[in-house]
Ligand binder design. Sequence first.
Ligand code: URA
Length: 190
Amino acid sequence: MVKMLSWDALIEQCKNCTKCGLHKGRTNVVIGRGNKSAPLMFIGEGPGEQEDKQGLPFVGAAGKLLDLLLEAHEISEDMYYICNIVKCRPPNNRVPLEEEATQCLDYLRNQVRLVSPKIIVCLGATAMKYVIDRKGKITEMRGQWVERKGFWLMPTFHPAALLRDESKKELAWKDFKKIKQKLSEISNNF
Ligand code: URA
């Protein structure tokens, strides 16, 4: 297992990372935002244009839709931490290559260990692939909880997919209800 780093050391390593070709096109490394000891962690795919510019995840159009879903379900920013599979923007927002994702996964593992969430929600097929199931289909697995290594894991649609296909919004709404429900169950257990 790779040595676990403190937040400061991890951020420093990510900022100086040249492990894959994505570093060549980045303006900023996008590490994460939110509460670093939150019970809930969201994992997306990789930074888009706005995220690369601002150095923060989910601040563009998909992020605005995610904010609406979170607000509607009364999930405030102190309840979650949000990050991505890859920390540098893929060119033209393409899906990260396998080697880019796998090079970046140790940073994500480190983040999970530092935040130590109870619930991890994978936003979209890429996050689901690397965190939950390499071969799973998002349309089949979304909305279903998997309990593994002390975490409650659930994939749901990526908010960008909801922007492209409005008919997915109803299912995403149901998934967010489940997330809120799980958060309530977990906080009642303390
Ligand atoms: N899409 C993602 O997967 N992550 C972001 O940070 C923004 C858009």
